[in-house]
Design a protein around this ligand. Structure first.
Ligand code: CP3
Length: 361
């Protein structure tokens, strides 16, 4: 029997699909649930085969394809949760900002938001155009029923605002910070509009069957603590709490967030996603044990020999110490070229892990 379980009766009652959701709520489970950021993507042959015939946005917009890609990845890996195949940028289109993915370049927004007038022109009344994501979730939910947790997701207001303003990825976020500091009224107006759209978008996903919502604040690590508190926290908090009112737990994730963790936890998110730059136990202590945590293997460790990989996986599980509320994951997404068999090996390692055995070394 596994030491993560406080009550032997729980072993009987933990259904495969509820293991992940229970862990989000810090309830005891029979073993640590595991899934991977970007578990469906170019590292997987099956995805590349679909991608040969369709663009990324086509896959997202055709529920049949999005569901297939989601299901194939989750089944191939044997994980405890399936994240719906979509992209962070999708809500930009109904807001009036067309974008495209250029090969090797990442997303490009054609007319970035730079002025007060640009912010005023953004639409918040067409979120129903994102219903194709809900249709895909329904298909995934019908397929898995209670076997797996289903994760819906969206970007956090700060991270999406940075894409809208920079027009794509960025190194220094100069345009973003220029608006944030220099035209704070427009900045707040932009975040307010994002909160409206993202709340409705999450509601679509929850109504379609998402068990948990993950909010990606991928680029929040570009902010110092004072700027996070003054310019980003409040909007994230409103979104987190609006989603929780829909009756599902929220995972709030960012990268390079060691200095932001306790502020991020003050959003009230059920789970905080940790990157790999600090040990999981230190991150969890900072977040506070009133929250679950998700993480935090360096995705590039998946290129290491199995012995090294196993050492790191066990270190993370030992750092979690069997405390209820740990979801095993990476500290950021799987990158192209990652050997699939190593990802599968990590699933096995997490499934087979026993705390006493690890303590013996
Ligand atoms: O299983 C999954 O997680 C896939 C679903 C998913 C995608 N994007 C599909 C995708 C998810 C959860 C995302 C989220 C996303 N999108 C984030 C947040 C996650 C993170 O990494 O922090 C961000 C920042 C984006 C924006 C985005 N989309 C970028 C910067 C890129 C280009 C980067 C690259 O790897 O080329 C994308 C493209 C993208 N979105 C791909 C996938 C599978 C790869 C490209 C492809 O098929 O052409």
């Amino acid at each position: 029997m596994e030491t993560t379980n406080e009550n032997p009766a729980v072993v009987e009652t933990v259904l495969d699909g509820s293991r992940f959701v229970r862990a989000c709520l810090r309830r005891p489970v029979d073993r640590t649930p595991v899934w991977f950021l970007r578990q469906a993507g170019r590292y997987m042959q099956e995805y590349r085969d679909v991608r040969k015939h369709h663009t990324l946005v086509e896959i997202c917009m055709q529920p049949e394809l999005a569901a297939e890609v989601t299901i194939t990845a989750a089944e191939k890996l044997g994980v405890d949760a399936a994240i719906i195949f979509a992209d962070l940028l999708l809500p930009l289109a109904p807001m009036g900002l067309p974008f495209e993915f250029q090969a090797g370049e990442g997303p490009v927004v054609h007319h970035p938001v730079r002025t007060a007038e640009d912010v005023r022109a953004l639409r918040t009344d067409r979120t129903d155009e994102l219903a194709y994501v809900a249709r895909a979730i329904e298909k995934v939910a019908a397929h898995f029923r209670d076997r797996l947790g289903i994760i819906g997701f969206c970007g956090a207001p700060y991270t999406l605002a940075s894409y809208m303003i920079e027009g794509g990825g960025s190194r220094n976020y100069i345009n973003t910070k220029r608006m944030m500091y220099g035209d704070t009224t427009s900045w707040r107006g932009l975040l307010d509009k994002l909160v409206v759209v993202l709340t409705e978008y999450c509601l679509l996903q929850v109504q379609a069957g998402a068990d948990v919502i993950q909010i990606f604040d991928s680029w929040v690590g570009s902010l110092g603590l004072a700027d996070y508190r003054d310019y980003a926290l409040e909007a994230s908090k409103r979104l987190v709490q609006a989603v929780q009112k829909m009756g599902v737990p929220v995972i709030y994730f960012g990268v390079e967030t060691a200095g932001l963790l306790s502020a991020m936890a003050s959003t009230g998110a059920d789970v905080i996603g940790l990157d790999w730059r600090q040990p999981l136990n230190e991150g969890w202590r900072t977040v506070g044990y009133g929250h679950a945590v998700q993480g935090n293997l360096d995705p590039i460790t998946l290129f290491a020999p199995l012995e090294v990989l196993e050492l790191r996986v066990k270190e993370i599980l030992r750092a979690a110490g069997g405390r209820p509320g740990h979801i095993f994951n990476l500290g950021h997404g799987i990158v192209p070229g990652t050997p699939v068999e190593n990802v599968q090996a990590v699933v096995r390692m997490v499934r087979e892990f026993r705390l006493e055995e690890a303590a013996r070394g």
